[in-house]
Design a protein around this ligand. Structure first.
Ligand SMILES: [Zn+2]
Length: 139
């Protein structure tokens, strides 16, 4: 049986939430390196984090489910400025990312991770973490 990694995590909390959701949908899956990363989080970058592993035959189905979970997660947030519920996860346009593009082009094997933010499509508010869903927004 061929197994593939469909997602990686830094935290066992988010890894187990996704694992439980997938088990409830009837997906056969498990977490690889969960105990190693949990016992010694410094190793997370070295071994590539906690890996969500599924059967190769289920890969496209599971990726669709993961995309739906991500969309549900993003739609549950409310913008603190305009109370809109439309966030997108984008690369932040900035000097660091332009340097990233440059260095990735020069040293094609060494890519620096770009900086991502959640961006409100209505007012342009940006944040690292999604704000909580509220009824009337926060000032
Ligand atoms: Zn907004």
């Amino acid at each position: 049986m061929n197994l593939v990694t469909v997602k990686t995590f830094d935290s066992y909390f988010s890894a187990n939430i996704i694992l439980t959701k997938l088990h409830s949908e009837g997906v056969e899956c498990y977490l690889k390196d969960e105990y190693t990363v949990t016992l010694d989080p410094i190793l997370s970058n070295a071994i590539g984090g906690i890996k969500l592993v599924v059967k190769a035959a289920d890969e496209s189905w599971v990726k669709e489910l993961l995309d739906r979970y991500e969309l549900d997660f993003i739609n549950a947030a409310t913008c603190p400025k305009c109370s809109n519920n439309k966030f997108t996860y984008i690369t932040k346009p900035g000097a660091t990312n332009y340097l990233t593009v440059f260095f990735t082009w020069i040293f094609s094997s060494y890519a620096v991770a770009p900086y991502y933010v959640y961006h409100c499509e209505n007012c342009g508010y940006e944040c690292d973490r999604l704000p909580e869903k509220t009824e009337e927004g926060v000032d």
